[in-house]
Write a protein that binds this ligand. Structure first.
Ligand code: GDP
Ligand code: ADP
Length: 392
């Protein structure tokens, strides 16, 4: 049955103004979107997730929607602010990576899912301060040297790049580790996760299923690093069509003879697999060279020279230190606060309880450049902190 309603239907039919303070900092908030009221409620037990119920006046009853995405766990209270198609939730006294969440109520993703599931749908997405640098998609035929170039980049710039670990149904090679080179998985398990919307893209390549999960890319972005994806042409096409703003690089061999030699010398595939990969290589190179899909084509003849060109097009000249640290995105929200919205700015001011030493800062969250969203994170929040003393 789910949770009991927090307000009675008659209360709702009377209509509630979409109050500016939305019962800020309370353990439940109600937000009016169109003619529906969304009630977001913390569980008594803080290890349980925040619940959502919707009052629909046309049905005169409470609806328990299908809730997609990773749900936030309950806290001491939260504030809710309506932003057109989603509700921003600011949790009191939570960890820096758990303060801001979005409950999507009418985004494109939610509308699509409503169509598919034929039911009321909402979707959670964690809010993240700032934007990670654009991901880099590296594509090219098997044996051209993609993995070698990526390893060189990750070795020289360990704090700058992170690898998107794909899922695959192919068997691991001798030195490959599960969770590091790939998530090796069963076909049926991967197909189910694809159906559940957990993949950014997937493709059948050389007879096996490969795919990039939303989480693989988000995990790298969370660490503040630039994500590198090693995917095939079909995958690159899907990413191009997605909301992920990446740069696309196609790596070409100097000749088919050299490609064949590299694949054979690598010694990781059977003769049958080598033949299949070489056959596929011709079509891949043709697609890779055709205009429109890739931003850059790199010829991997001499490895060192090719690596230098790759670094140059990624803007990594000698001035860039290997020690460059990812940008910090910490935010300390006061446990007791009031929230006010002015256009795209959400002002969060602490309330002094007299007992606790509260921060006197005025925190402003700018939501004018949000990116992404469910089923991944919502990025692009920007944060400004003003010392109250300086304001006065
Ligand atoms: N679409 C897609 N292709 C992938 C993914 N991961 C790897 N691939 C591609 O699958 C192909 C085969 O990869 P792999 O089995 O590691 O062999 P290798 O390229 O010869 O080292 C390569 O073209 C990869 O770029 C993925 O997540 N999605
Ligand atoms: N420029 C190059 N010249 C000669 N051999 C290379 C070059 N680049 C890569 N190789 C070798 O070719 C083989 C295939 O490279 P790899 O990085 O595994 O390709 P991919 O990941 O594209 O399948 C490896 O044995 C690698 O050491």
């Amino acid at each position: 049955m789910g949770e009991p309603p927090v307000f009675f239907a008659d209360d709702m039919l009377g209509g509630h103004p979409n109050a500016v303070d939305y019962e800020n900092g309370s353990r439940r908030t109600k937000t009016i979107v169109g003619d529906k009221t969304y009630v977001i409620r913390e569980a008594e037990d803080e290890s349980l997730c925040i619940g959502v119920q919707i009052f629909d006046p046309s049905l005169r009853e409470w609806v328990y929607p299908t809730v997609l995405g990773t749900k936030p766990v309950s806290s001491k209270g939260h504030s809710a602010v309506l932003l057109k198609d989603r509700i921003l939730i600011i949790k009191s006294g939570s960890e820096p990576d758990d303060h801001t969440w979005f409950l999507e109520v009418d985004t494109q993703y939610v509308r699509q899912q409503k169509e598919i599931l034929k039911t009321e749908v909402v979707a959670w997405s964690r809010g993240v301060i700032g934007n990670p640098p654009n991901p880099v998609v590296i594509t090219g035929p098997s044996g051209v040297g993609k993995g070698t170039l990526i390893s060189m980049l990750m070795k020289e710039f360990p704090s700058m790049f992170g690898f998107s670990v794909s899922h695959t149904t192919r068997a691991p090679r001798g030195m490959e580790k599960d969770g590091v080179h790939y998530h090796f998985t069963e076909k049926s398990a991967m197909e189910k996760e694809i159906k559940d919307g957990k993949f950014l893209e997937f493709a059948s390549v050389h007879g096996n299923l490969y795919g990039t999960s939303v989480e693989a890319v988000e995990l790298v972005a969370d660490s503040g690093k630039r994500c590198i994806l090693d995917i095939d042409v079909q995958g690159a096409k899907s990413v191009r069509a997605s909301s992920l703003e990446a740069i696309f690089i196609f790596v070409c061999p100097p000749s088919m003879e050299e490609l064949q030699k590299r694949l054979r010398d690598r010694g990781t595939e059977t003769e049958e697999q080598i033949v299949k990969r070489l056959r596929n290589a011709e079509a891949e190179i043709e697609k890779g060279r055709s205009p429109g899909l890739f931003d850059f084509i790199l010829y991997n003849d001499n490895l060192e020279e090719c690596y230098e060109r790759l670094k140059k097009l990624l803007g990594l000249d000698a001035a860039v230190s290997a020690q460059t640290k990812p940008a910090t995105r910490e935010i300390n929200l006061p446990a007791n606060h009031v929230v006010t919205k002015y256009d795209c700015r959400i002002m969060i001011k602490s309330i002094c309880t007299g007992q606790e030493k509260e921060s006197k800062n005025l925190i402003t969250l700018d939501v004018s450049s949000l990116k992404g969203g469910a089923p991944g994170r919502t990025r692009g929040l920007s944060l400004h902190v003003n010392e109250m003393d300086q304001l006065g």
